[in-house]
Design a protein around this ligand. Structure first.
Ligand SMILES: *[C@@H]1O[C@H](CO)[C@@H](O)[C@H](O)[C@H]1NC(C)=O
Ligand SMILES: *[C@@H]1O[C@H](CO)[C@@H](O)[C@H](O)[C@H]1NC(C)=O
Ligand SMILES: *[C@@H]1O[C@H](CO)[C@@H](O)[C@H](O)[C@H]1NC(C)=O
Ligand SMILES: *[C@@H]1O[C@H](CO)[C@@H](O)[C@H](O)[C@H]1NC(C)=O
Length: 277
């Protein structure tokens, strides 16, 4: 995507980091994990030529309706519309640990945010539980995007204190466990059926990695390696960090943010649908 202007809504992040600071709130937030709280939007800078904004909005809505139906069934979807005047491609994908009602809810929020990009030729939105992008070319196997791939870190006062006390033993221990969790999901996801992995081995650090279903294994590995490198600086002392790349999503947190009941063994594939025991 050559012409995106990064525009990130930090207001949502502030809400989330406030939640993280309170153990009580954090506990209740993991019950209904706040998939929709953090929103990162990037919109293209150029507009579709020869198309009125009403027309492009109609096309967009049509595409989104098609994606909505598939998302409900299998948690992800790609759609495209190609005619002599224009071509538009869209990809939507939910985090694989979310059930279909949560997924659909996340998608509806994402769609609403993304519609703000119209009538630009491109836009993408990362929420905590889902990803949605449209563009004027087929980007479905794009693993990385040097210009627009991003990562964010969140730090709590607790960690601020640890850092200023510079208790190297504690800091290094955390860094090491966070690094292990991130490395584990980064290496596991590309070979998994859903291209998705979670890790909570260390009890105090949780990680999730996911590639879009449209990537092949090599693209997924490339994306997650880069996503992991982007978190290196976060891991030193932050409670939470995530990478949001063209082809994948990687997050770790001291809070168990993925679905409580989820574990890899509970996911089976049946007609492309997720089934949770
Ligand atoms: C989906 O997950 C949410 C959060 O865990 C839960 O509250 C809801 O009951 C689930 N819905 C279904 C249909 O399983
Ligand atoms: C997509 O839009 C960009 C920016 O307007 C333009 O340069 C490019 O040619 C377009 N690509 C296609 C396939 O239409
Ligand atoms: C650092 O933390 C560890 C583990 O809690 C503790 O054993 C050690 O005494 C602390 N060191 C300093 C210098 O505070
Ligand atoms: C990741 O962690 C799981 C669970 O502890 C373990 O079984 C698996 O071998 C690890 N995989 C890698 C590649 O580290």
């Amino acid at each position: 995507m050559q012409d995106l202007k990064p525009s990130i809504t930090y207001a949502f992040l502030i809400i989330v980091s406030t939640l993280l600071l309170s153990p009580k709130l954090a506990a209740s937030s993991s019950d209904n994990f706040n998939f929709g709280d953090e929103v990162f939007i990037q919109c293209g800078t150029t507009e579709y030529p020869d198309l009125g904004s009403t027309k492009i909005a109609r096309i967009f809505m049509g595409l989104m309706d098609m994606i909505s139906m598939e998302i409900k069934k299998q948690g992800w979807s790609t759609e495209s519309l190609i005619n002599p005047l224009t071509q538009i491609f869209a990809l939507g994908e939910c985090r694989s640990d979310l059930n279909s009602s949560i997924c659909l809810k996340c998608f509806h929020h994402a769609r609403e945010h993304l519609s703000q990009c119209l009538p630009k030729v491109a836009g993408r939105v990362f929420m905590d539980g889902c990803f949605l992008r449209y563009d004027n070319y087929s980007f479905f196997n794009e693993a990385i995007d040097k210009k627009y791939d991003q990562s964010v870190c969140i730090k709590s006062p607790l960690k601020e204190n640890m850092e200023s006390d510079s208790n190297a033993t504690v800091l290094y221990g955390f860094q090491e466990r966070a690094g292990r969790a991130v490395t584990n999901v980064t290496e596991t996801a590309p070979g998994a059926v859903q291209k998705f992995a979670v890790n909570g081995d260390n009890k105090d650090v949780f990680a999730v990695a996911q590639c879009w279903h449209t990537l092949d294994r090599e693209g997924c590995e490339r994306c997650l390696r880069r996503a992991g490198r982007k978190l290196n600086d976060c891991i030193v002392v932050n409670d939470e960090g995530k990478s949001m790349l063209a082809g994948c999503f990687l997050k770790y947190s001291t809070r168990k943010f993925y679905a409580e009941e989820f574990n890899e063994n509970a996911v089976k594939e049946s007609n492309g649908q997720l089934i949770k025991n």
